[in-house]
Design a protein around this ligand. Structure first.
Ligand SMILES: [Zn+2]
Length: 186
């Protein structure tokens, strides 16, 4: 059942989980920085003085950081979905590129996307590897490469050069006949 369609679908669903993960990741980032700004804002010795700058400056930084997490995480999810679509291609090069793209974005986006809530990570890992290792059953470019040397070898034996003196078959590129020693005209 290891078809490229299945690999593509697994990767694309994994990419969607990464998109969801990017939202979760940005919320976690915002909550975590809110907690740190609250705890750092509270100064037991002088509560009034230190709480004012922390409220005005830190929330701005934290919201832009959680936005960056959201943006980068969403970008990784989008790249995974594109990679998944490429895995479904009939072109072996596109399939390989799509698999590499999805797996690379899976690793890079693992932290901001909270590993696609783990489900996405597993789906992309399986889908990406299936896409990379997929070999089509139908005649492909591979068979053309295998048949090419066979065709050329039969051509050589059929139209190979023969010694002009003794008539024995000569090796390809031979300068002298190995049977009678006469020079081979090049
Ligand atoms: Zn000869």
């Amino acid at each position: 059942l290891a078809s490229k369609q299945a690999a593509a679908v697994l990767t694309i669903i994994g990419g969607v989980f990464y998109l969801v993960g990017s939202v979760v990741g940005s919320i976690i980032t915002a909550l975590a920085s809110d907690l740190t700004s609250l705890s750092s804002g509270f100064n037991p010795s002088n509560p009034g003085a230190s709480s004012i700058p922390s409220i005005s400056s830190i929330p701005n930084l934290s919201s832009s950081f959680s936005l960056a997490v959201l943006g980068f995480g969403a970008l990784c999810g989008a790249v995974i979905i594109v990679g998944g679509a490429l895995i479904n291609s009939d072109n072996a090069g596109w399939r390989k590129g799509g698999g590499i793209l999805a797996l690379a974005a899976m690793v890079i986006g693992a932290v901001p996307d909270v590993g696609g809530l783990l489900i996405g990570f597993i789906l992309i890992l399986v889908g990406g590897i299936l896409g990379l290792t997929y070999k089509p059953n139908e005649p492909d470019i591979r068979i053309g490469i295998v048949q090419a040397p066979q065709a050329s070898s039969t051509m050589n034996s059929g139209s190979g050069t023969y010694c002009i003196k003794c008539g024995k078959q000569l090796h390809e590129g031979a300068l002298f006949c190995k049977y009678c020693g006469s020079p081979v005209p090049q």
